[in-house]
Design a protein around this ligand. Structure first.
Ligand code: FAD
Length: 375
């Protein structure tokens, strides 16, 4: 006889882990499944750091979500006794009037974020690691910083366990909904559940073949360098930054964390799916990001100490999917975080739990609906 749960969460990257914890905390009997032992480095929730920022150039609608996330990450730090969140301040950098700066300023204006404008000479004086031309300007925000991805996922899962969640290292092979009950078939057996959460990251489409979701998976590289001038790259000397280097093209970087400066291009190479992507990193892979570091962040351009692969799972409009399955009311789809979801995970966990437990949610979920994607 298959065991029965109130909820099963498939995928224990940061999104599934946060949801599992919230559901367990609300007293539900929950099971979390991942084909690898989480936290692991084979999905999208690993690496040296993830950025958190409020002056959200992507859209002002994310500001209330990230504000709630700050509260929840801080609460998790308190519960776990571990430091997960570091505030460094944040820079949005680009040519005067570019799309990213306009977006960041709009979020500041609508949500009262006290950000400062910087012209190039002032920017270079304040942050000597940065090299830029005279047409470059920046917005400096006070509350941005970074999260430690592995420790965040571990803390979420530890908290879920303390609240009674079961966690199993099994692959979910299929699920089928049948009115009040859903069955999940795994590499080890079958489970029954009242509710199901799909948080499979780049593997989402394989669990939802019926919906033919319009998702693109990109193979993304994250690089870390031992800084050439360490004193210019400390968290006090260099805020986290996002930088529009060509129209619609962004790169980002962090100060030194655990001995190295992490940088990356915001985007990668589209692949047929995560299993089709090579995990080997070649010399050619990092060329674009390397060139940007050499030119704009020479203080960080020392020995390459780490290069690994991660996945972006993107929707056509860059917004997330957080919605019920159109044919299965008790199945919630969460993910497709389009390369910027980590910071929001505890908020998204709460939103999904609200959807399943019937608690009125605080956020407008229409921008994250399947309907907007024609599903
Ligand atoms: C290089 C890089 C940099 C980024 N930088 C930032 C940043 O600075 N700030 C930010 O906010 N966001 C950032 N992001 C985005 C963020 O990291 C992701 O949005 C987030 O980690 C996605 O988490 P997830 O839980 O949806 O996916 P994942 O972490 O991939 O988790 C999905 C899990 O599902 C499991 N799984 C899949 N299929 C099955 C199955 N059938 N059965 C069992 N288990 C299964 C996988 O093993 C995996 O553990 C970045 C992403 C990348 C790749």
């Amino acid at each position: 006889m298959a065991e029965t749960y109130d909820a099963i969460v498939i995928g224990l990257g940061v999104m599934g882990s946060a949801t599992l914890r919230t559901l367990a905390g609300r007293g539900l009997r929950v099971l979390g499944l991942d084909r690898h032992d989480p936290p692991h480095s084979l999905g999208s929730s690993h690496g040296r750091a993830r950025m958190i920022r409020e002056a959200y150039f992507e859209h002002p609608l994310y500001v209330p979500l990230v504000r709630r996330a700050y509260e929840l990450w801080e609460a998790l730090e308190e519960e776990s006794g571990e430091r997960l969140l570091y505030i460094t301040r944040g820079l949005s950098i680009g040519p005067r009037g570019c799309e990213m700066l306009r977006g960041a300023l709009e979020s500041c204006r609508r949500h009262g974020i006290e950000a400062g404008h910087m012209e190039a000479p002032e920017l270079k004086r304040a942050f000597p690691a940065i090299e830029c031309d005279r047409e470059t300007v920046a917005v400096l925000e006070p509350r941005a910083g970074y999260l430690l991805p592995g420790p965040c996922v571990a803390a979420l899962l530890d908290s879920a366990r303390r609240e009674g969640a079961e966690i199993r290292c099994e692959e979910a092979r299929a699920w089928r909904g049948d009115g009040a009950e859903t069955r999940v078939e795994t590499s080890a057996g079958e489970y029954r559940t009242h509710s199901l959460v799909l948080a499979a990251g780049a593997w989402m489409s394989s669990l939802l073949t019926d919906l033919r979701l319009p998702l693109t998976v990109e193979r993304v590289l994250q690089l870390s360098f031992a800084p050439a001038r360490p004193e210019a790259c400390t968290p006090a000397a260099l805020p986290v930054f996002v930088w529009e280097y060509e129209p619609g093209g962004f790169w980002y970087g962090f100060p030194t964390i655990d001995g190295a400066v992490k940088v990356g291009l915001h985007g990668g190479q589209p692949v047929a799916g995560p299993n089709a992507a090579s995990r080997e990193v070649t010399e050619a892979d990092g060329e674009g990001a390397r060139g940007l570091v050499r030119k704009h962040l020479p203080a960080a351009y020392g020995r390459l100490v780490e290069a690994d692969i991660c996945f972006y799972t993107k929707t056509p409009d860059g917004h997330f999917i957080i919605d019920r399955h159109p044919d299965h009311d008790r199945v919630v789809i969460m993910s497709a975080c389009s390369g910027h979801g980590f910071k929001f995970a505890p908020t998204i966990g709460e939103i999904v739990a609200d959807l399943l437990t019937g608690d009125g949610g605080a956020f407008d979920l229409r921008p994250f609906s399947l309907a907007r994607l024609g599903r």
